[in-house]
Design a protein around this ligand. Sequence first.
Ligand code: A2P
Length: 271
Amino acid sequence: MNAIDKVTATLPDAQEVLSVRHWDDRLFSFRVARPASFRFRSGEFVMIGLPGDPDPKTGKQKPILRAYSIASPFWDEELEFYSIKVPDGPLTSRLQEIAPGEHVIVKTKPTGTLVLDALLPGKRLWMISTGTGVAPFASLMREPETYEKFEQVILTQTCRLNSELAYGADLERRLMEDPLVGEEAAAKFTRYATTTRETSDRMGRITDLIASGKLVSDLGLRDFDPAEDRVMICGSMGLNKDLKTLLEARGLSEGANSKPGEYVVERAFVD
Ligand code: A2P
């Protein structure tokens, strides 16, 4: 245990890191012990972090906290997080060094709009993401209620490079082996991954693929319909805005926890 971790471990919200996986030089995921009494809805986020540098005057270490979607479902005994590594980022430059046995701060006040309760009943659930925006969907795709509520579940993820899609590909593999939802997912779940700056089997921004009709035609479906399609969006500000425009033009309206609708949006946090 290093000196910083000795401090972190004593904090009331500290949780032990159980495993870490680096996907490439820009992305990693890690799992922590779940606080015993912690409850959340699949798709929600919490604040997590590490103690900051000591204040030169008081010596106090104010924590550096950022919003992270929980990438594991509500019933999992561990909490999973998926993160980008920002070289000069106040939190991720240090968080990327974290090792099993060390500790991170996990605040247990979950919140967020990417929850099933914020959507009206429908036939098809679309989960549209870029980069680390896939994290809340990693939770929802292993949530039994997702398959109770929808006949078809489609996860799209668009990244610049092929290597950035590795986590999503692994999620799909793990989903098929999941003892709780694997069988239903095999019948209902589809992953649609695209790249924009490197050659791959499927290329293009998801917005362009929706606008041209290629996304739905690739999947043998008709265009988005407010009677049947429900959409969750998690990406950059630009992507969220452009997708809202595309969906509103097709007659879908935005929902929230207090007023369910046909689509919901959250910004992918760590950037
Ligand atoms: P592009 O390479 O054409 O910019 P970033 O790494 O910048 O967060 O982007 C992640 C992915 O999201 C990239 O593939 C990027 O495509 C795509 N993207 C960024 N902005 C938008 C947008 N406004 N609409 C659709 N896709 C977007």
